[in-house]
Design a protein around this ligand. Sequence first.
Ligand SMILES: Cc1cc2nc3c(=O)[nH]c(=O)nc-3n(C[C@H](O)[C@H](O)[C@H](O)COP(=O)(O)OP(=O)(O)OC[C@H]3O[C@@H](n4cnc5c(N)ncnc54)[C@H](O)[C@@H]3O)c2cc1C
Length: 490
Amino acid sequence: MTKSVIVVGAGLGGLSTALRLSYKGYQVTMIEKQDIPGGRLHLLKKDGFTFDVGPSFFSMSYEFKELFDSIGEPIPFELNELNPLYTVNMAGSNRVFQIYKDLDRLAEEFKGIESDFETKVRGYLKGAKEIFHDTEYKIIKRNFDNIVSYALSMATVPLKHLPKMFRTFWAELERHFESEEVKIIFSLVAFFLGATPFNTPSVYNLLNYTELQHDGYWNVKGGMYKIVEGIMGLLEKKGVKLIYNTEIMSVQHSAGKMVSVTDSNGQVYRADLFVINADAAWFRGKFLNRAKFTEEKLDKMEWTLAPFTIYLGVKGTIPGIHHHNYYLGDNFRAYADTIFRSTVAPEKPYYYVNVASKSNPDCAPEGCENLFILCPVPDLRVKPDWSDATKLVDEIIEDLGNRVNFDIKNNILTQVVYTPNEWQKMFNLYKGSGLGLAHGLNQIGALRPANKDEKLNNVYYVGASTHPGTGLPIVVIGSRLVTERIVNEH
Ligand SMILES: Cc1cc2nc3c(=O)[nH]c(=O)nc-3n(C[C@H](O)[C@H](O)[C@H](O)COP(=O)(O)OP(=O)(O)OC[C@H]3O[C@@H](n4cnc5c(N)ncnc54)[C@H](O)[C@@H]3O)c2cc1C
């Protein structure tokens, strides 16, 4: 008999799980709080401008290929490799570094900054490559039933990597490079994991291998939302029903099984199986009253930084700005040390700017640019009040205008700002944390909220805060792992 599945949430995790399950013959219904699918992979259209609201690029593009291969369909969007990967602007030296995958070209960028860069970077990436391939199938791409199976799998990782568990990301960079510039640039990726390079374990240097050698960075022709549109076309083909603008507010369970979920309109949805794409830690506390996930316990966990995002439609073409740009100040260590703990908006903020119109002119009216600005800020546990948001917006716009030598302020045609409060409200992100639970060694593998419920044997989880973790390709891996479980067990 066909099994019915309710998926709570239509983020990338929910959509890709629905895709896999529907192609395996399950009858899937999705319930989404927002009025469109995609979750954080959201779309904003305003005054002739189109913005990708959250993610703007990704690594490990082959995980998307795997998703569509697994259902026997061609990939329904066009991948576009980024070259250079990104640009880093440093305030102190006024230097602009273009980061290329081609190591000869990259060496040119660091000429006069880091002696013998090419030999050093090759040695650094060799170690990063080894740890990536030695852990890929042992830690990331497999399910764990309990702590023991996780410990046994960890024990098969070659012992030579052990020191990397105890060293920091920054300390590993210091073993290979001398210049602050190279260390700072290669450590930026640590912020995506929810910590700073000064407290992230050195194992995550493997991310620089995935970015610089293994796969590079990619986005999608026509904008990131094409991913969602492509998946939606296939879900429609399989008769998957999506219900929008309603939120699951309670769940009903009995005898070790979830029976139904109830939405904000009082509508009750019954199914054989439930996949939760809402935050896996928050959902357990809020709706299943689990002692391990009360607000007090969640507050003690480590969460990734909250996003403060600005979407600007600007008249004119801005020179000296590329598709992906980081703007850093001249106090990296001090900034990193306080950014998680500060109860006030950052002074002299560090931020990232994505200008999709540079490679996708359809995103902006002719002669205009669309700017997406992301400034990582403390989450709502630390700074709950964002009534001072305008000050931070003004500072960033002024700083960016000065750095690119263009009067952005007086050429703004449209502007939207999301503080961590909006991010929390829009997608139920816990205290506005942008990427969900952080990835310290105590919050990964079997130590992360599991993708199968502890007590209800027909409830599964997919997405950023469950195994294996956050980021678009990782969430897609998560959809494969949870599908494997469901198919084996039901
Ligand atoms: C600003 C920003 C920039 C980012 N940039 C990148 C990037 O460049 N590259 C990258 O790889 N990753 C990036 N990420 C991370 C990436 O967006 C996430 O890891 C990924 O999208 C998470 O997908 P998900 O399915 O787990 O969750 P979500 O996208 O949050 O989906 C969960 C869905 O569940 C819905 N929901 C929640 N509760 C309920 C409920 N009770 N009832 C009904 N529906 C509910 C939400 O509305 C949401 O649509 C970024 C994130 C942010 C915030």
